[in-house]
Write a new protein. Structure first.
Length: 113
């Protein structure tokens, strides 16, 4: 059974940091590019970062330089380090393997003073 457990969200002030994690089981984690998406209230889900099996990372322009995606294949976990957070980063963050329709349950990130 495939499971993706997203965690690490919370309420943070602008300029603050959070570290999200996504623990995966039930499929060959190390064989997939992994991604983080976010969905703001009333908006479509958007891709913010992805990391290939060879650890090549790509980012949306809006988060470049502030968010860092990483993976630990020994723990079947993908991370999203979020620094210099802005109110527009608010949303539910989901991890997902690229190319297959598995989603985590999401973790809420709220950036507000």
């Amino acid at each position: 059974q495939v499971q993706l457990v997203d965690a690490g969200g919370g309420l943070v002030q602008p300029g603050g940091s959070l570290r999200l994690s996504c623990s995966v089981s039930g499929f060959a984690f190390r064989a997939y590019t992994m991604a983080w998406y976010r969905q703001a209230l009333g908006q479509q889900r958007e891709l913010v970062a992805q990391i290939s099996v060879g650890n090549f990372a790509r980012y949306a322009d809006s988060v470049q330089g502030r968010l860092t995606i990483s993976r630990d294949n020994t723990k079947n976990t993908v991370y999203l380090q979020m620094n210099s957070l802005k109110p527009e980063d608010t949303g539910v963050y989901y991890c997902k393997p690229m190319g297959v329709a598995y989603w985590g349950q999401g973790t809420q990130v709220t950036v507000s003073s």
